[in-house]
Ligand binder design. Structure first.
Ligand code: BGC
Length: 760
């Protein structure tokens, strides 16, 4: 755990240069706008350790798979979002010497991520070998309103004497991925143009033919007067300012032959508008984002900074206006996980976008999987299934990219999360039309997969699911993972329920779908039989759902007994030792109790939480949030808070010692849930907003916003009162502490809280 960043409500601050943490800072201070993003690399040259990263959403490369022992069914490629043209670069020389913070004393260094206004800034004073001291002030952002545009203002002021300053802004397409499987470069140059104050560079991926043109335009000022770009003598205390604008246009959005003209046009527009105007647009755009999604916590700066950092990164990663895109676990902050889509989106991210953005944005996340249905069917067929769809564990275009048998073939619970997301979306929005249009087809194909994946065990007289990996990846190839079995039968139940509802509301559409999908009554009967006779491993006496058949054969010792010098265990123990241990990477049984929370009583949740949480090492970023939510429900407030801090400050404090690879973007939506679903007790049931909020004793208050079926409410929780304000003209059916209300247009409801209520 690291503590080198300063606490602040709206800013992330590195005060004083920490070169030993440079790659961590590069992840944390990343910026993005849904279309593109980049790590917080320096504009000037830097010869210290650094992971260069500039990414364009949806521009990926099928990197040839590398495995030790090939298994039939493995995919040939791992599609990864790739490092692309570096547009931020500026070679800086002072009196002919390269400015490089790895080679000279640096003072007054301050790097700031301004989350309120959406930009990254950096100031420092460097002393060059000649003795000249220069102050540098750099500020950059990628525009939220003009997704292809990025802008930099880079200022240099000699402090103790005059200096000759040479600035050479450049575009560099000769970039690599550190995780390239075969040390290969993914890009080739197509074309470049170069003028005194502008340039374009067109690159093409060696496979799949993604074309990207980056256009740049620059402007140089001495104090406030424009000058031309060549070495300039700058007097002491005078400032030379370089503005660098860039536009990155891709063949995903433009015809290849238009890329140069389109990117030039956009960059010249940006330059004509000027940096200040672009920045004020940026501030306005972020103001609106915060108006929809901010969570305010008073009385606890660490908690406040943590949650804002999570919300900021989520808004930077996915804006939802392009249904071809999804949310990579590292967003635009690193290479790990290849920028691909995981079950994280459905299991963790969807609720954030449902509650903080327009409905279409969450819908687009679902449509993304609908578009991949044929590929998911191909995937199942490739593995030997006659029917049904197995969605990939990791994907870019619907094809499986992952190639570790225990995950690729066994972590099939991901199918359950995709079905659950459809339920979650429809339950939240009331958009039942979605089911007839898209959702039902996905549900049927997933149910078909489950129906074929189970087998009937004669000895148990039940249906079983053998050879799986549950969400807890620290056990592989287990039989009857409770969570997987539960989600499988739940999917079939829900599919049948949707079928009944469609029969009532849209019989004609159902008829068409039954024809199209070839559903026969023998098939639905089989699903009913599986639902009625699914096997769930249990310890009846202790009232526990067992993570898998053999879980109780393990030596059960709480995780607190692990020597602290050996955590995270995945960085210290052999894989064999981990697999045999009782330690759990992330919520597994408890994930099921969270998803299907309305079907289990508090005592069942408590027994299972009390047993599993102490065995959980939370070494997946996705872990603490679910536990924190359940701990809130159970009234374990200190535990909830401990886990909340762990999830919300996971990257800021580098809890899992891996932030240098990139930030844990998908778990950030889990952090949001741990406030809203955890402390706020938010659920949607039967078209009503349910809330049972409580306040941590050391917090003064907190508030959050929820968009719900065309309305937006602001929930403000204080020591003695809860106020809910309807900010719109749409009425909201609300259940607060189990009492029903109808919150009228622009109406506020305040209730006094008693300690009994505060436990919910
Ligand atoms: C987790 C998975 C998750 C993946 C990407 C892994 O460490 O165990 O559940 O999908 O990370 O976030």
């Amino acid at each position: 755990m690291k503590n080198y960043l300063k606490l602040d409500e709206w800013l992330i601050i590195e005060d004083g240069f920490h070169p030993e943490y440079q790659e961590i800072s590069e992840s944390i201070f990343s910026i993005g706008n849904g279309h593109m993003g980049q790590r917080a690399n320096f504009e000037e040259d830097y010869s210290g350790p650094s992971l260069q990263g500039s990414y364009l959403a949806g521009v990926y490369y099928p990197d040839k798979t590398q495995v030790g022992w090939w298994k039939n069914g493995y995919p040939e490629y791992f599609a990864k979002v790739i490092n692309s043209t570096n547009w931020i670069g500026i070679h800086v020389k002072i009196d002919g010497v390269v400015l490089d913070l790895a080679t000279c004393p640096v003072n007054n260094f301050k790097r700031v991520l301004n989350m309120r206004e959406g930009y990254l800034s950096r100031t420092f004073v460097a002393t060059l070998p000649s003795g000249v001291e220069v102050k540098v002030e750099a500020l950059r952002f990628v525009s939220m309103t003009r997704p292809e545009i990025g802008a930099i203002r880079y200022r240099i002021t000699p402090l103790n004497r005059e200096a000759v300053v040479t600035l050479t802004p450049y575009l560099d397409g000769d970039v690599m991925n550190r995780d390239s499987n075969h040390g290969e470069k993914f890009w080739e140059e197509v074309n470049r143009t170069n003028q005194m104050d502008s340039a374009t560079l067109t690159m093409k991926t060696k496979k799949l033919d993604f074309y990207v043109t980056t256009a740049t335009a620059v402007e140089l000022l001495m104090d406030n007067a424009p000058i031309i770009l060549e070495p300039v003598l700058v007097d002491k205390d005078h400032t030379v300012t370089l503005f660098k604008y860039a536009a990155s246009a891709t063949s995903r959005d433009h015809a290849v032959e238009d890329l140069v003209s389109q990117s030039e046009k956009r960059v010249q527009e940006a330059k004509a508008m000027g940096f200040d105007q672009l920045l004020s647009e940026q501030r306005e755009a972020w103001k609106n984002k915060w108006n929809d999604s901010d969570i305010v916590i008073t009385g606890d700066v660490a908690a406040q900074q943590g949650i804002r950092f999570n919300i900021f990164q989520l808004n930077q990663t996915y804006t939802g206006d392009d249904e071809r895109l999804n949310i990579g676990p590292k967003g635009f902050t690193g290479e790990k996980y290849g920028g691909s889509t995981y079950w994280d989106t459905e299991a963790y991210c969807l609720p954030f976008y449902l509650s903080t953005s327009a409905q279409e944005i969450a819908r687009n996340l679902l449509i993304y999987r609908y578009r991949h249905l044929e590929k998911a069917k191909e995937n199942a067929s490739k593995l030997g299934f006659k029917r049904g769809a197995l969605y990939p564990m990791v994907t870019m275009n619907g094809e499986e990219c992952h190639n570790e048998w225990e995950i690729t073939f066994e972590e099939i619970h991901r199918n359950g999360a995709i079905a659950y997301a459809i339920y979650n979306y429809v339950n939240y929005t009331g958009d039942a039309e979605y089911l007839g249009e898209y959702g039902f087809e996905v549900l049927v194909e997933i149910s078909r997969f489950w129906a074929e994946r189970v087998n009937y065990s004669q000895s148990k007289n039940k249906y079983v699911i053998l050879g799986v990996t549950g969400p807890n990846e620290y056990e592989n190839n287990v039989n009857n993972n409770w969570y997987t079995n539960r989600m499988a039968s739940w999917t079939m139940e829900y599919t049948l329920e949707v079928m009944r509802n469609l029969q009532e509301s849209h019989p004609q559409r159902l008829h068409e779908l039954v024809e199209k999908l070839g559903i026969e009554s023998s098939e639905t009967k089989k699903w009913q039989d599986i639902i009625a006779n699914m096997y769930y491993p249990m310890d009846q006496e202790a009232g526990l759902f067992l993570q898998q058949d053999g879980f109780l054969d393990k030596v059960i010792i709480p995780a607190t007994a692990i020597n602290p010098s050996e955590v995270p265990i995945n960085q210290h123990w052999s894989w064999d030792r981990i697999l045999r241990s009782c330690y759990i990477k992330q919520a597994d049984v408890l994930q099921g109790l969270f998803f299907l929370g309305d079907r289990y009583d508090l005592e069942t949740k408590r027994r299972n939480f009390d047993f599993y949480e102490p065995l959980t090492v939370h070494e997946s970023s996705l872990s603490p949030c679910v536990h924190s939510i359940l701990a809130c429900e159970l009234g374990y407030r200190d535990k909830a808070y401990e886990l909340y801090l762990r999830t919300s400050r996971l990257d800021l404090n580098d809890y899992n010692n891996d932030t240098e690879d990139g930030c844990h973007i998908t778990s950030m939506a889990g952090t949001w849930m741990s406030v809203v679903y955890g402390f706020g007790g938010f659920r949607v049931q039967e078209g009503r907003v349910h809330l049972t909020p409580f306040l941590m004793a050391h917090w003064e208050s907190y508030s959050f916003k929820l968009m719900f079926r065309g309305a937006r409410i602001n929930v403000i929780v204080k020591k003695d009162t809860v106020t809910i304000h309807n900010e719109t003209s749409v009425e909201v059916p609300l259940t607060l502490y189990h009492q029903n209300y109808q919150l009228k247009a622009n109406e506020s409801l305040t209730v006094e809280t008693t300690s009994a209520r505060m436990i919910g």
